[in-house]
Design a protein around this ligand. Structure first.
Ligand code: MSP
Length: 488
């Protein structure tokens, strides 16, 4: 059983912010969950470092392009390391490995007979690193970057996209390339009704990029080589052959991203793969887009939130939890520090922190021994169901949690966990073990041990979301040692 999950490779024109953090965290949580389920996981993230946009930013910063990309790529890597992101590879498109892989891919493309040269003129948005059609513009400007695209006249190599459109459409309709959520699948299918044309895969007047192997006057279009990272990171094309990693992990099980880059992933990428007779990715999941007070995050608006700011406030694990549990995964939403703070206090510090500390404290005080219980709900053991006793109004079989996770409904999983926590607190309030200790010690012990086993389950359930907190909880439960999980 293998699982290959990817994030987009992020442009190194600016430092990582909470938008990138969101995607990377989702990927990490899925990767950790699948590892717990016994899958052999490959989790890829990294940086997209070529093209004019990045080169221009380096210039603005008065740095050599190479120095600049090294610096920002370092910022991304550090940000992910600080958030305890367990990627298998942090991949950079300026690496020699990537270059070799891309060159091999282009050899295959050339033999496919699906590329041709043509003079072209079009409107190019450097922010998007793509040509825009008149229809896509709003008042003559790019709707995302609010700037007028520049007119580019070049001789380029083109890819015969139109040849592959019917087959790709069919694959999407049949979920052979599954696009989720459904609304995004429909959006992509809607694109086929518009004029999808062959697109240029090289650029003539770009300096910062990979040379086209068979025509050194051209650089490979940054989007095309960026998409190829998903296979070159598996060592595809190195030394000319398909690598072990490629054979083992390709096709990708999940490409994660936000909506603005869906066309590249759902249409262009499968087409290029098909031209080279390679398999297409299994699933593309499009998560929601964060805004800040209703506005797009941008440096010029001065509203960019960096992940370190959140970590300073809440620590690594709580930040991970709060960022991913704000909205269901496919929904756009306004990022609110206040709401996250409220959730930190109520759900984490109060509900979870107190449940653990008071249970452990009472078990110590009333000399109730720990329970030997290895209740890991992610284990493959089909009989290991999470059904609680009748005093708990809540029943959540393992299958429900697994199903939610497999459908990327990860906020449904956090809701279930929060419900177990809330119900366990309620159960303590209703049964009052502090009174039972005087009147009915056997019942006191049973009540506390009941909550204890639930805490073990909660700790395990939280592992993909808050790996360190999960470990701390299990440790505290094993030793019956009182700890503070979340500082208030
Ligand atoms: N370099 C390309 C991707 C190439 S993939 C072969 C790129 N880079 S990017 O730095 O702009 O990153 C875009 C991705 O970052 C989005 O698709 C999404 O995953 C994440 N996000 C960036 N801003 C975001 C929000 N405001 N909200 C949610 N996610 C966002 O595009």
């Amino acid at each position: 059983m293998k699982y290959y999950v990817t994030t987009p490779i992020y442009y190194v024109n600016a430092n990582p912010h909470i938008g990138h953090t969101y995607t990377t965290l989702i990927a990490d949580i899925m990767a950790r969950y699948k590892r717990l389920r016994g899958f052999e996981v490959f989790f890829l993230t990294g940086t997209d470092e070529h093209g004019d946009k990045v080169a221009q930013k380096a210039k603005e910063n008065g740095l050599k392009t190479r120095e600049f990309v090294d610096q920002i790529a370092g910022e991304f890597k550090t940000a992910w390391d600080n958030l305890n992101i367990q990627y298998d590879i942090f991949y950079r498109t300026t690496s020699s490995e990537h270059k070799k892989g891309v060159e091999h891919f282009f050899k295959l493309l050339k033999t496919s007979g699906d590329i041709y040269e043509k003079d072209y003129q079009g409107l190019y948005c450097t922010g998007c690193e793509s040509f825009k059609t008149d229809k896509e513009l709003v008042e003559g400007g790019c709707p995302d970057h609010k700037v007028k695209p520049k007119l580019v006249k070049e001789r380029n190599y083109f890819f015969n996209l139109t040849k592959y459109l019917p087959k790709i459409k069919e694959k999407i309709e049949k979920d052979e390339i599954s696009i989720k959520p459904k609304s995004k699948k429909n959006e992509v299918l809607g694109l086929f009704k518009q004029n999808l044309e062959d697109f240029s895969i090289t650029r003539e007047n770009v300096n910062w990029g990979i040379d086209l192997p068979f025509d050194k006057n051209q650089k490979i279009y940054v989007w095309v080589e960026a998409l190829m990272n998903y296979v070159t990171a598996l060592n595809f094309g190195r030394k000319g052959a398909e690598s072990e990693e490629f054979k083992k992990f390709w096709p990708a099980d999940l490409h994660l991203m936000a909506k603005e880059i869906i066309k590249f992933h759902a249409i262009y990428w499968p087409a290029i793969l098909m031209a080279c007779k390679l398999e297409t990715p299994k699933e593309i999941f499009v998560h929601g887009y964060f805004t800040i007070n209703g506005e797009k995050m941008s440096k010029s608006l001065g509203n960019v939130i960096a992940p370190e700011e959140l970590v300073k406030k809440w620590g690594v694990d709580a930040t991970r939890y709060l960022v991913i549990s704000q909205f269901p995964l496919g929904i756009d939403g306004d990022f609110s520090i206040d709401k996250m703070q409220a959730r930190y206090e109520s759900r984490l510090a109060n509900d979870l922190g107190n449940l653990l500390s008071r249970t452990v404290a009472m078990m110590n005080k009333y000399e109730v021994p720990a329970v030997q219980f290895s209740g890991n709900p992610y284990s493959q053991d089909a009989n290991n169901l999470l059904v609680f006793d009748s005093t708990d109004h809540f029943k959540a079989p393992q299958e429900t949690i697994i199903k939610h996770f497999d459908n990327l409904k990860i906020t449904k999983v956090t809701e279930i966990i929060e419900k177990i926590i809330i119900n366990s607190n309620k159960y303590l309030e209703e049964n009052k073990p502090w009174e039972l200790a005087k009147t009915d010690p056997a019942k006191c012990r049973a009540v506390l041990q009941n909550v204890y086993t639930r805490l073990v389950v909660i700790a395990h359930l939280l592992e993909p979301f808050m790996p360190d907190i999960s470990k701390k909880m299990i440790n505290s439960l094993e030793k019956l040692e009182k700890i503070i999980l979340f500082e208030k």
